[in-house]
Design a protein around this ligand. Structure first.
Ligand code: NAD
Length: 258
C-alpha cells in the first residue's frame, strides 16, 4: 500500500527521536509521516550515528539533531529547536531503548541496580521528560507515542530486563494520558512484533523469536517498518482524536494467540 493513499498529515509538525539507520522503527515512522505531508525534526544518538542518519534526514527534508537523552541539556535543546522551528508541536515519536548487555543477557534476578536504572532512565523516563518538555509547545489534539513490546505483558524468553522496563513504559503512558488528557493531548504506546533492527540484535536468540512470531501470528508473517509507521501516522491523525492511553499492537495478531 502506498502511504500517500492513507490520509493526509499535512500541517502536522512533530519530533521523532531514535533514528539509528534505515532499519530503525523511528525511520519507518518518519518515512510514512513524511509521505503523508508531516513536517518533522529528527534526532540520532551521537556524532557517530550522524553519518548513517544524515542521508536519511536529507531524503526526508528534515533537520537532524544529535540527542543523547542521558546527556544534560540535549533533550531540552532538541525540543526547543523543534518548537522554535515549527512554532507548535503536533506529535512526538519516542523510539529509544537501551540496556547494558551484561544486565540484558543475564537473569532479571541478577540485574545490577545501575544497569536497571540506566535502562529505565533511557528507555522509559526519557519519554516522560520529552512529553514534559513538549507540553508548553503542544498544538491542540497533539499525539505523543512511544514503542513498547509484548515482553511488557508476558515473560518473553531472553527479553530479560527490558520486560519490566517496557511494563513501566506502558504504565507511564496511562498516567501521562490521564495527566495530559484535559489539555487535549493524547498518549499511546505502539507495540510492534519483532523486526530486525540494531536494538533487536542485542537480544539473545532474536532469530528464534522472529521465527516463532512468523509461524504463530495469525497473519503468518512479520510486520514491516511501513506498517508500524502507518499505525503511528493514524495515531497522529485527527482520525484517532477519540483515543488515548492505549497500547496498540502491530504484530500480525501474535499477541492474541501466544
Ligand atoms: P534501533 O536500534 O534502530 O533504535 C533504538 C534507538 O535508541 C537508536 O536510535 C539508539 O541510538 C537510541 N538510543 C539508545 N540509547 C539512547 C540514548 N541514551 N539517547 C538517545 N537515543 C538512544 O532499534 P528499534 O528496534 O528501531 O528500537 C526502537 C524502539 O522500538 C525501542 O524502544 C525498542 O524497544 C522498540 N521495539 C523494537 C522491536 C523490534 O523488534 N525491533 C519490537 C518492539 C519494540
Amino acid at each position: 500500500m502506498k502511504p500517500e493513499s492513507l490520509f493526509s498529515l499535512a500541517g502536522k509538525r512533530g519530533v521523532i527521536i531514535g533514528l539509528a539507520n534505515a532499519h530503525s522503527i523511528a525511520y519507518g515512522c518518519a518515512v510514512v509521516a513524511h509521505a503523508l505531508g508531516a513536517q518533522m525534526v529528527l534526532s540520532c544518538l551521537n556524532d557517530k550515528a550522524l553519518q548513517f542518519v544524515a542521508p536519511l534526514a536529507e531524503q526526508l527534508q528534515s533537520p537532524l539533531l544529535v540527542c543523547d537523552v542521558e546527556k544534560e541539556g540535549e533533550l531540552e535543546r532538541l525540543i526547543q529547536f523543534a518548537a522554535d522551528r515549527m512554532g507548535k508541536i503536533d506529535f512526538l515519536i519516542h523510539s529509544v531503548a537501551w540496556a547494558p548487555l551484561t544486565d540484558l543477557h543475564g537473569r532479571v534476578l541478577d540485574s545490577s541496580a545501575q544497569g536497571f536504572l540506566q535502562a529505565m532512565n533511557i528507555s522509559c523516563h526519557s519519554f516522560a521528560r520529552a512529553a514534559r518538555l513538549c507540553e508548553p509547545h503542544l498544538a491542540p489534539g497533539a499525539s505523543l507515542m512511544t514503542m513498547s513490546y509484548l515482553g511488557a505483558d508476558e515473560a518473553v524468553a531472553h527479553y530479560g530486563l527490558m520486560g519490566p522496563v517496557k511494563a513501566a513504559l506502558e504504565s507511564l503512558v496511562r498516567y501521562l494520558a490521564v495527566e495530559m488528557g484535559p489539555a487535549g493531548t493524547r498518549v499511546h504506546a505502539i507495540s510492534p512484533g519483532p523486526v530486525p533492527t540494531r536494538a533487536a540484535s542485542g537480544l539473545q536468540e532474536f532469530d528464534a523469536l522472529m521465527e516463532k512470531a512468523k509461524t504463530n501470528a495469525p497473519l503468518k508473517r512479520l510486520v514491516t517498518l511501513p506498517e508500524i509507521g502507518q499505525l503511528a501516522a493514524f495515531l497522529i491523525s485527527d482520525a484517532a482524536s477519540g483515543m488515548t492511553g492505549q497500547t496498540l499492537y502491530v504484530d500480525g495478531g501474535y499477541h492474541i494467540v501466544n
